[in-house]
Write a protein that binds this ligand. Structure first.
Ligand SMILES: [Cu+2]
Length: 151
């Protein structure tokens, strides 16, 4: 309920620059037969007077994500290296710092598991990011091949 009130407060002022914006929203095309993939994006977080006025107890954080057309099993992951072995760990909360927060391969990313459909390069799917305090963020995630993403 608290979240709805805060979202209402944010929506109340018009023409203010958004405190949270999502760009470069992409999904990696999975290899044939592979039923999992990842999504990458950038969240810009501006702590403006309006955000300060909310007196949030902590920085804004991503709690999870959904791409309903592709999966019902999505987690925010963090990649770590331990003794030369790459491991992925679930992040229950991804705290945003002020400025650019880049979710990318080898770092924090959105893991899309148990694909109900294989996304193909060139397609696009609505992706929703669940935020702790402010309204959920949405972007249109474009599916790109690994080669395109490495460019
Ligand atoms: Cu992962």
């Amino acid at each position: 309920m608290k979240k709805i009130i805060l979202a209402g407060l944010l929506a109340a002022s018009c023409n203010a620059q958004a405190a949270l914006t999502v760009t470069d929203c992409v999904i990696r095309e999975p290899a044939p037969g592979v039923m999992m993939t990842a999504a990458y994006l950038t969240i810009d977080y501006t702590i403006d007077d309006e955000v300060k006025a909310l007196r949030l107890p902590s920085n804004e954080a991503v709690l999870g994500a959904s791409v309903d057309e592709l999966s019902h099993s999505i987690e925010v992951h963090k990649t770590t290296m331990k003794d030369g072995v790459m491991k992925m760990q679930r992040l229950p909360k991804y705290f945003l710092k002020e400025g650019s927060n880049i979710m990318q391969k080898g770092g924090v990313h959105i893991m899309i598991k148990n694909l109900t459909k294989q996304p193909k390069a060139g397609e696009a799917y609505p992706l929703r990011l669940w935020m702790t305090y402010q309204a959920d963020l949405q972007c249109n995630a474009v599916v790109k091949t690994t080669a395109e993403l490495n460019r």
